[in-house]
Design a protein around this ligand. Structure first.
Ligand code: WTA
Length: 655
């Protein structure tokens, strides 16, 4: 880490906002002052300005039983009404909500009026299927307009969605359905990925198959969108085609208001144990911070901007900055189904040119991938419509930042490096375009209304020029409200570490520079960040040991030029297995196995078959040492190992 810090310390380039940009910028420096003077009053005002409250709130924050916060608790609103109907009622029904581009090149424009109608029909279908407020609905869909419609229809009737990334396996889907007790699954036959139809419905069938374990399935129906036109099996009575039931349903539906703290969604994310956590978000506070950050961080002018966030709806970025915030703000956005490289490496730039995208939000891993392909590819396209560029998911190294600004942004667009998490619900740290002088590599400052600090192990502020742990010191509107079904884990994971101070522990290391700006340094726990996707070492280890050949496994995240981190596994095989089959081809097999068990994003880059793992005397695996090996460094301090010779054996085996 120290060489990384030295490198970052040498970064002195600065980019002040242009006068022209600042003159019409949404954000102003006064926001900081207003929030500073009266934090709760600031959020209350933002919420009243940005959202429609059917019943106005009189309370702002209730923090009487920490760490369980309530925001705007006596107010009532309907999230879908805020994202749809009110724009139509305001005369903007003809404004395009979604500029959808399918991977094979088909496209659809969906206006606010059309999307509102579709969501109303679907809401009627859901109610007809017996879904009520508080029920859980799993969504397992590709990036198609129906995905957005599904989330909003569930929200409209006060039910709770649990979106599962389409790249996750049947097993991952099953465990999420079970944990949430979902009554309905909305899926598609398949979606396009890299020129092929990647099937989804078969994974749902597999997830819902009777495993003979006596476990009662909660799912009553499966609603299927036709997209891939691949063959699918059909369970009569359980499965329904979207195109049979949605168009036939009534387009009349009045959105009922729900209390601000009505749950909106559960989104599973990796923690430090093998079991993903169901992060719970609620309605009023979440939508307030989503809308505020989207408008101010991206300088959104809804009448004229064309916004594009490349995240999949299966991740928090896709929830907040594809589904909810852009629609709450009445924006026009691009929704793209496929990968950046298909059918050719410049596909994203083609999409930007085609739709005249003005605000573009993506991840450092994608930017580094484009850097590798060379500037010629984006330079073939007209990208002059772009005026704000955003980054999210992992630290963006200054080189990638500069490339992004120079090559994609023609040397003039502000770049906002946005730090946040599934748990924070919305952006917490970022520059404000038109206000902040930007620094390549630094996420910079807490947004107005957000209180953060960087502290040492004893919760003491580290001071400028020092590194420590990032904490949030005051509750914020879009904060998670808990972990689904596990309040104890919620407290333990985020609040116990700094219980005396009441700080939220984010799990990230950070450094404050001489100006007090924040530089994120990566996770300090056993959570890895692969291409901006969170995975836990424990989750992959438990998949590895579920294979018949594996006796023991240890997984680390090793730094990787393109993906930020890569999964590297060290595996001890069972003697009995070795005697029968030998080790040949097993590394490959285990890579494929993890991909099947969890999903392709979890596939290890390397699997090393080793004879032993480095353990302390109390039996704890020292991953730090394995990371040294995986990154090709000299192995660090081994004195606490039970057997200090083990690392030289492992190093030799890996080499
Ligand atoms: C990391 C994604 C540095 C961080 C929105 C965090 C970042 C985790 C940044 C959350 C950034 C996210 N700079 N690191 N701009 N943004 N991270 O829940 O480690 O998928 O804790 O949310 O990603 O990942 P999650």
């Amino acid at each position: 880490m120290s060489s990384q810090i030295d490198h970052l310390l040498n970064e002195t380039r600065r980019f002040a906002p242009s006068e022209e940009f600042a003159a019409s910028a949404v954000a102003t420096a006064e926001l900081y002052e207003q929030a500073e003077a009266d934090r709760e009053g600031f959020w209350a005002e933002q919420s009243r300005t940005l959202l429609h409250w059917e019943k106005p709130f009189t309370e702002v924050l209730d923090w009487s039983t920490p760490p369980f916060a309530k925001w705007f608790a006596d107010g009532e609103l309907n999230v879908a009404y805020n994202c749809l109907d009110r724009h139509v009622e305001a005369g903007n029904g003809d404004r395009v909500a979604l500029l959808w581009e399918g991977e094979p090149g088909d496209s659809r424009r969906v206006t606010y009026a059309e999307l509102t109608e579709e969501v109303k029909r679907l809401a009627n279908v859901l109610t007809g299927l017996g879904i009520e407020a508080g029920d859980r609905v799993a969504v397992y869909l590709p990036m198609i307009p129906e995905a957005i419609a599904s989330m909003l229809a569930v929200a409209r009737i006060g039910a709770i969605h649990s979106v599962v990334f389409g790249g996750f396996s049947a097993d991952s889907l099953r465990s999420r359905i079970d944990d949430a007790g979902a009554k309905l699954v909305i899926t598609a036959d398949g979606g396009y990925r890299k020129g092929k139809v990647s099937p989804l419905k078969p994974a749902v069938d597999q997830a819902l198959a009777d495993r003979g374990d006596g476990e009662q399935l909660t799912v009553e129906h499966v609603l299927v969108v036709r997209r891939g036109e691949n063959e699918v099996a059909w369970t009569e009575g359980r499965d329904l085609w979207w195109h049979d039931v949605v168009p036939a349903a009534s387009a009349e539906h009045t959105a009922q208001a729900f209390p601000a703290e009505n749950p909106l969604f559960i989104l599973y994310t990796s923690g430090t144990t093998g079991k993903p956590k169901g992060i719970l978000h609620t309605s009023g506070g979440y939508l307030t911070q989503a809308a505020f950050t989207h408008r101010n961080v991206f300088d959104l002018h809804p009448e004229s901007d064309v916004y594009w966030c490349t995240a999949d709806i299966g991740w928090i970025t896709g929830h907040t900055y594809v589904a909810y915030a852009p629609l709450a703000n009445g924006a026009t956005q691009v929704l793209y189904e496929g990968t950046p490289e298909f059918p050719q490496p410049g596909r994203w730039w083609e999409v930007i040119e085609k739709y005249g995208v003005t605000i573009f939000y993506t991840a450092p891993t994608a930017i580094r991938g484009f850097m590798k392909q060379g500037r010629q590819i984006p330079q073939r396209r007209d990208l002059s419509s772009l005026r704000v560029l955003g980054s999210v998911g992992e630290p963006i190294n200054p080189e990638a930042w500069i490339w992004y600004r120079e090559i994609i942004g023609a040397g003039r667009t502000p770049i906002v490096d946005t730090w946040w998490q599934t748990e924070t619900g919305a952006i917490m740290v970022s520059a404000l375009p038109g206000v902040t002088e930007t620094k390549p590599g630094s996420a910079q400052v807490a947004l107005p209304g957000i209180s953060l600090d960087v502290v040492d192990e004893k919760a003491r502020h580290v001071g400028h020029g020092n590194g420590g742990l990032l904490v949030v010191t005051e509750p914020w509107p879009s904060m998670l409200r808990g972990i689904w079904g596990d309040p104890e884990r919620y407290r333990e994971t985020y609040w116990d570490r700094f219980a005396d101070q009441g700080h939220y522990f984010a799990g990230d290391g950070a450094r404050l520079d001489e100006d007090g700006d924040i530089w994120l340094l990566g996770r300090v726990d056993d959570v890895m960040n692969i291409s901006g996707h969170r995975l836990s070492t424990a989750e992959i280890e438990s998949a590895l040991v579920a294979h018949e050949a594996t006796a023991e496994a240890a997984v680390v995240g090793a730094s990787d030029e393109t993906t930020g981190q890569a999964v590297v596994a060290f595996v001890i095989l069972k003697e009995s297995y070795l005697k029968l089959h030998g080790p040949d081809g097993l590394a490959q097999q285990l890579r494929a196995w993890v991909s099947e068990q969890i999903g392709p994003i979890a596939r290890p880059r390397d699997v090393y078959i080793v004879g032993e793992l480095p353990k302390t005397r109390s039996g704890k695996i020292m991953r730090r040492l394995l990371r040294d090996v995986a990154e090709g460094r000299e192995v660090g301090d081994t004195t606490t190992l039970a057997d200090t010779a083990v690392m030289s054996v492992i190093s030799a085996q890996v080499r």
